[in-house]
Ligand binder design. Structure first.
Ligand code: PLP
Length: 462
């Protein structure tokens, strides 16, 4: 992954675990603290009379029936309750369960490249273990890797960073969450264009901030309208999150549009921009930015953020109190990946070529289907197709197709193809198809989807 955090002057880059089983004996435990120069203090001594009453009544209840258990409060924090679980994970798990039960499901819900990590990168990881790079690394990442990242950002993106402006984490997700936590205060607004990557609004909520979702249009290639942005900026706006190439649409922000957005953002000193460019190397257009994602390294759990020193220091601090540094082995593999040459050299261009071929096949095939709207992706490996003309149709033995979720269920039941409902990304009219699968698999999936859709007949021809 590659993430950049920028201030408004430039957009060039931006419990305890316990079984919770109260027992009678536990309720009788009194806690005391020994301090060397003081007499023993008991927590009881600072209890209010109300707490004492409560304790006495709890103890007498416990004594009255030895089989009773003291009820433990198992409620969760409001912060966790406000967060929704990831729908992409739920669907992938469901499809996996079906496949394990013997149903020949084709899974096009995956959010990662279908290629293996290139051998040269994997070898670097194996050598790291053999050579003893198996201890903690510096919290922000090894200097070797951070220097390589700076070099890449300069060469491929023309942006100068120093190693103290980089934090390497266990993947992009952690980098983004840390950035959101580092800059947002309770009540701040995080502006997120929809369709969005599923985790952005939930990360805003985890930071006690409010996600402000701005819709985009398929006819605008799902790109944010600068005027809409401008009219939604308030004094509470703290962060604008842009994803390019986008998950789930594959759209890429052209430079001109980024410049327009930068002009608007520059008028608001409190507003920062977080640019998530995870899959930039999979771009079919002329933008380059390296991420470990593009090297098919998702399981290595490696990502980084680049930005102004004070924000990066804050991200570093959060990381130091949560996970510490990324895996030392993965970092050695990361150095090898960055050493493959401009934009990942031949290794990555081979993967991009395959993605382009698959995209072209799917865009052409779905484009010829009745009742669908499509925008050609410029990067990543997703198609976000508007199937809403199929909503409202009653299917015998299935029920009504009401929305993206029921259409996905129908396509899984009828066509045995697993896709992700657009609802998960904040746009219920669409469905995400991941083309991280071989061309042969995609051809078979298209035939299955087509057959299942044809039997529905579009309600409203588009
Ligand atoms: C846009 C985007 N950001 C972040 C992530 C998570 O990346 P990582 O696996 O590096 O944590 C994903 C994963 O699909 C993604 O699509």
């Amino acid at each position: 992954m590659a993430i950049s955090l920028h201030n408004s002057t430039s957009i060039s880059r931006v419990g305890f675990a316990s079984p919770f089983l109260g027992s009678n004996s536990a309720s009788k435990v009194s806690i005391s603290v020994s301090l060397p120069s003081f007499s023993n203090l008991s927590f009881k001594s600072v209890e209010t009379s109300r707490q004492q009453l409560y304790r006495i009544s709890a103890m007498s209840k416990a004594e009255s029936s030895s089989s009773d258990q003291v009820k433990v409060d198992i409620s969760l924090s409001p912060r966790v309750n406000s967060v929704k679980p990831s729908k992409t994970v739920a669907i992938t798990d469901h499809a996996t369960a079906l496949a394990q039960a013997g149903v020949p499901v084709i899974r096009l819900a995956a959010g990662e490249p279908d290629f293996d990590t290139p051998a040269i990168i994997a070898e670097a990881g194996i050598n790291a273990i053999r050579e003893g790079y198996t201890r903690y690394s510096p919290n922000a990442g090894t200097l070797e890797l951070r220097t390589a990242i700076c070099h890449k950002l300069k060469e491929e993106n023309g942006i100068s960073y120093t190693p103290d402006q980089i934090v390497v984490s266990n993947g992009a997700k952690q980098s983004i969450l840390q950035a959101v936590l580092a800059v947002c205060s309770p009540g701040d607004e995080v502006i997120i264009p929809a369709p969005y990557w599923v985790s952005y609004p939930e990360m805003a909520r985890l930071a006690d901030a409010t996600p402000v979702v701005l819709p985009t249009l398929i006819s605008d290639n799902f790109l944010l309208d600068p005027e809409l942005l401008e009219s939604n900026i308030t004094e509470k706006s703290r962060l604008l999150i842009l994803c390019s190439p986008s998950n789930p649409t594959g759209s890429v922000y052209p430079k001109k549009l980024l410049e327009k957005i930068a002009e608007i953002v520059a008028k608001h000193p409190r507003l920062l921009v977080l640019l998530n460019s995870l899959k930039s190397q999979t771009c079919y257009v002329d933008t380059q930015s390296l991420s470990f994602f593009a090297f098919a390294m998702t399981g290595w759990r490696l990502g980084y953020i680049a930005g102004p020193k004070n924000f990066i220091a804050a991200c570093n601090k959060i990381q130091s109190q949560s996970t510490s540094g990324a895996s030392s082995i993965a970092q050695k593999a990361g150095v090898a990946a960055l050493g493959l040459g401009f934009a990942g050299g031949e290794v990555v261009s081979t993967m991009v070529k395959a993605f382009r071929e698959r995209r072209d096949f799917l865009v052409k095939s779905f484009g010829e289907l009745e009742g669908v709207k499509i925008s050609e992706p410029q990067g990543a490996f997703y198609l976000f197709i508007d199937f809403s003309s199929y909503y409202g149709i009653e299917v015998e033995g299935f029920g009504k197709i009401e929305n993206s979720e029921s259409l996905c269920r129908y396509l899984l039941d009828e066509g045995q193809v697993a896709l992700v409902p657009g609802d998960a990304f904040g746009d219920d009219s669409c469905i995400r198809i991941s083309y991280a699968a071989s061309l042969t698999t995609l051809q078979a999936s298209f035939e299955r989807i087509k057959k299942a859709l044809i039997s529905l007949r579009p309600a409203v021809p588009v």
